[in-house]
Design a protein around this ligand. Structure first.
Ligand code: PLP
Length: 478
């Protein structure tokens, strides 16, 4: 017994917590295929979780695990289910929960190296490895973030600093003509969101039309830049997408890079969904042009199957990242060490957790080859899904499938029919898919970002969609 209040566990406490945690993780893994995709939410339990006061005297470790097992787990979505194919959200890899526990135990503050020497090097190793995948060289740098949206926000802040050296002092208020940002009509909303947050203003974001394969039209981009310059505005940045969220299309990054170079525009690639397909030898050759971007956003919490949250921003010239984010302060100054990075100088956060450990641990434990094959398999499964859809007379593939997002329309179905089909698939436990909207057409979107999905799962989904489509056809024919 300690003589003072403590929040540590004694030996018995560690044994109990360790036993219960191991049982939880193993039991959860075994239960995944049989769990409901979306829980039948017990509103009473949730309301109680909201209103029950926290106890003055703790309920102890066993009591805590009871609460988790009885109340939290049954009211949680089974993101890891093999037929969870909605959004771009994969199951976490198996070693990550253990790495997260260790990161929590040692609680490194990844702001400056003295508070996190090995963590700083581990983050640097992960970032350098990621940078190398895109042909970024010695000068490059980057930082792990809370996700792709934050990575893009930070990239645009960096682009603003690079373009307007007086940005830090003057903001955007008094420092020259209106700046214009270009992205495609198919870009993720995080681009608009970043432009709004940074004060660029949505009126100054051009959504360039896409071609029939949902890729930004480079000719229309060039025209828009010319028109804006003629109108006295100041183009400064293009955000291309490597893997649009709806169809996985990859913008013509090489052509866009040529334009950016001749027009002196920052090129940022939003690769939150698609960039990490570069790991597969079957990846789209268009991804190779990412090497020419000034910055790239990507998401280890998608294709590296890191648990949320783990995004990453890579910048070709890391001094530009420092120029945007480094502030000196008297109480945080430590001598620079060439081996380590002070990550507080690479982004807006000061206190930062050890996100890199879960990524590094999985790369170490499973090896890169495993990730290559897992990612390759998701590409194969998506092609299989697309092929099965094309073979069904009452289903229509809405777009090409360059990556793993597959959009399908039930022929003759209304938007309400598609919404009802999605709900039925969830309620009967067949699959969790998402809605698709493409050029004003509606449908259903499945995205294979799941290492547990099998061909049999795909068959089950397509067979059921075909039955529903048959019902729609019979109704329309009546
Ligand atoms: C193309 C694209 N960009 C950005 C994002 C946002 O990433 P995050 O959810 O990690 O912020 C996504 C998410 O799916 C995406 O698909």
């Amino acid at each position: 017994m300690t003589e003072h209040p403590t929040l540590s566990l004694d030996k018995d406490g560690h044994k109990t917590a360790g036993r219960l945690l191991a049982a939880f993780l193993e039991g959860y893994e075994d239960s995944i295929p049989g769990r409901p995709l979306v829980p039948e939410v017990n509103r009473e339990v949730l309301a109680n979780l909201l209103t029950t006061p926290f106890p003055d005297k703790g309920i102890g470790i066993e009591g805590l695990f009871h609460e988790i097992n009885d109340k939290i787990l049954p009211n949680s979505t089974t993101v890891s289910h093999p037929r969870f194919l909605a959004y771009v959200l994969g199951p976490p890899n198996g070693i990550a929960p253990y790495a997260e526990a260790i990161a929590a135990a040692i609680n490194q503050n990844c702001n400056f190296w003295q508070l996190s020497p090995s963590a700083s090097v581990i983050e640097r190793a992960v970032v350098s490895w990621l940078a190398g995948l895109f042909g970024y060289g010695e000068q490059s740098g980057g930082i792990l973030t809370g996700g792709g949206s934050i990575a893009t926000l930070n990239a645009l802040a960096t682009a603003l600093h690079a373009h307007r050296p007086g940005y830090r002092e003057q903001g955007l208020q008094n420092s020259g003509p209106r700046l214009v940002l270009y992205t495609s009509a198919e870009a993720h909303r995080c681009v608009d969101k970043a432009a709004a947050i940074l004060g660029i203003g949505l009126d100054n974001v051009r959504h360039i039309p896409a071609d029939d394969r949902h890729r930004m039209r480079a000719d229309a981009l060039e025209q828009a830049v010319r028109d804006d310059r003629a109108a006295g505005l100041e183009p400064f940045c293009v955000v291309a997408t490597a893997g649009t969220v709806t169809t996985g299309s990859i913008d013509p990054i090489a052509e866009i890079a040529d334009l950016c170079m001749s027009e002196n525009l920052w090129l940022h690639v939003d690769g939150a969904y698609g960039a990490l397909f570069v790991l597969s030898d079957r990846s789209d050759p268009a991804l190779a042009a990412c090497a020419r971007a000034d910055s790239i956003a990507l998401d280890p919490h998608k294709l590296l199957f890191a648990p949320l949250e783990a995004g990453c921003l890579l910048v070709r010239d890391r001094t530009q990242l420092r120029d945007a984010f480094a502030f000196s302060s008297s109480y945080l100054t430590v001598a620079e060490d060439p081996l380590m990075v002070d990550y507080m100088d690479y982004g807006p956060q000061l206190s930062r957790g050890f996100k890199a450990l879960k990524i590094w641990s999985a790369l170490q434990a499973f090896g890169i080859d495993t990730f290559r094959s897992v990612i390759g398999r998701t590409l194969d499964l998506a092609q299989y899904l697309a092929g099965r859809i094309q073979a069904e007379p009452d289903l229509e593939l809405m777009a090409p499938v360059p990556l793993t997002a597959v959009c399908v329309q039930i022929k003759g179905a209304t938007e309400a029919d598609h919404t009802a089909a999605l709900a039925t698939l969830i309620n009967e436990g067949t699959a969790l898919l998402g809605p698709a909207r493409l050029n004003g057409r509606h449908g259903i979107r499945a995205c294979v970002t799941n290492y547990r999905t099998t061909h049999a799962d795909i068959d089950l989904i397509v067979d059921r969609l075909a039955e529903m489509a048959h019902d729609v056809r019979s109704r329309v024919a009546r």
